[in-house]
Design a protein around this ligand. Sequence first.
Ligand code: SAM
Length: 304
Amino acid sequence: MENQPMDQLGNPKVTIGIIQKYNFVFQKKYGQNFLIDAHVLDKILAAAEVSREDAVLEIGPGIGTMTQRLAEMAGSVTAVEIDADLIPILQETLQAYSNIEIIRADILDLDLCALAKRIGGGRRIKVIANLPYYITTPIIMRLFEDHVPIDSITVMVQKEVAERMQVGPGTKDYGALSLAVQYYSEPYIVANVPPNCFIPRPKVGSAVIRLTRREGPAVTVKDEALMFRLIRASFNQRRKTLQNGLSNAATLPYTKAQIAEAIAAVGLPETVRGETLTLEQFAALADYFSALDGANENPVVDRI
Ligand code: SAM
C-alpha cells in the first residue's frame, strides 16, 4: 500500500481501515472525533471558499480527512496536530501532496501571528478546523485578540457554542464570546452536524460556523481592552445587575458611585442587567470610563 495513491478519506470504511492499520487509540483529552461524512466535508469547504490563492491553516488534522481535500483546492495547507501518534498516519494519507506542511505542536503554544505571516506571505490566511471543544474559545479569541492576519475562520464546534457566537442581547446564550466574535467578525452558521457523522460519536451535536473577519471592528471604542474587561465582568455574574457586576469585579477600579453615574450617563436604567446591553452600549460605557481615567490621570491642579 506504501506507494499506492491513498483512498480518499471521509467515509467510515477507509477511516476504520487506517485506524486499525496503525492500532490508533483515540485520545479523549484531545477531543478526537474524526469526520466520516463526505457531505459535511463538502459543506465546510464550500463555506470556507478555498481557492488556489489561499494559504490555509488547519488546526487538528486528525488522520488528514479534510487536509486531503484542502490540498486539492488551496495554494498551501499548514496542518498543526498535537498528537504524535497521528504524524505517521498523516505522512501516509497526505503523501501524494506537495503543498502540505505538517507541524507537530499544541496550537495554543504557537506564535500564531508569526505563523500566519510566514505561511500567508503578505496575504491574510484562512483558518479551517474541526475543533476539539476544549480549545474552541481560547483559539478563536487568540486569533482575533492577537490580530492574527486572517480572512476567515470556518470551524466545526459544539452546536451550543456556535449559537452563542451568533446570538444578540437578551437571550440566554448571549455572553462575552458573542460580543467578542461579533466585534471582530460576521458569524454565519453554515450547517448543523449530528453525532453520527463522526467516529467516535460525540455526546453532543455540532455545527459549522464561518466567522468572516470585518475590515474594522463593529464599533469604535477608545480602549478595546477596557471594553472587554467590562464585558467579562458583566457576564461573570449574569444574575446580578450591571452595577453590582461591575463593582464586584477585581479587574475594575471604579467605585459604586462612579459606576452608577456611568450607567446613567449612557442612558441606561439603574437596574439594567449586563446581558441586555448591545456592543454599542458596552462601547459607550467603556468610553465614559476612559474619559474618567483620563481626567484622573491629568488632574487639573488649578482647581484645588
Ligand atoms: N480534522 C479531523 C477530522 O475532522 O476528522 C480531526 C478533528 S478532531 C475533532 C480534533 C483534532 O485536533 C484531533 O486530531 C486532535 O488530536 C487535535 N488537537 C487537539 N488539541 C489540539 C491542540 N491543542 N493543538 C493541535 N491539535 C489539537
